[in-house]
Design a protein. Structure first.
Length: 109
């Protein structure tokens, strides 16, 4: 509670301190960080929207300006490539796993 300093559970809408009862303050929303630009992404000069590299026209519904070249396009700076991902170890195919189960003798109760 910001008025009395009492620690309240998250589901409470008011402070449970006997002499306080202050309402829970509204949550503060943090601003979202701007998405990172990728290699050949481009900015539409007609509306300012950032478009992914594979788009041939702006993806803003009211714009749809062609990518084109020259003044209509502003290339974003190239970012460093991510390191290659390591794939997990290969697991045996289902058929091989089933065959392994068949070969093992099963115990009867």
């Amino acid at each position: 509670c910001i008025q009395c300093g009492n620690m309240n559970y998250a589901d409470r809408t008011v402070c449970n301190m006997r002499k306080c009862g202050a309402p829970r303050p509204a949550p503060q929303l943090a601003p979202r960080p701007a998405p990172q630009a990728r290699g050949e992404d481009w900015i539409c000069s007609a509306c300012g929207n950032r478009n992914f590299a594979d788009r041939l026209v702006c993806n803003m519904r009211r714009c749809q300006a062609p990518r084109g070249g020259g003044a209509a396009v502003q290339q974003l700076p190239m970012m460093a490539a991510a390191p290659p991902m390591r794939l997990p170890a290969r697991t045996p195919p289902l058929a091989a796993a089933m065959q392994m189960q068949v070969q093992q003798p099963q115990m009867q109760p």
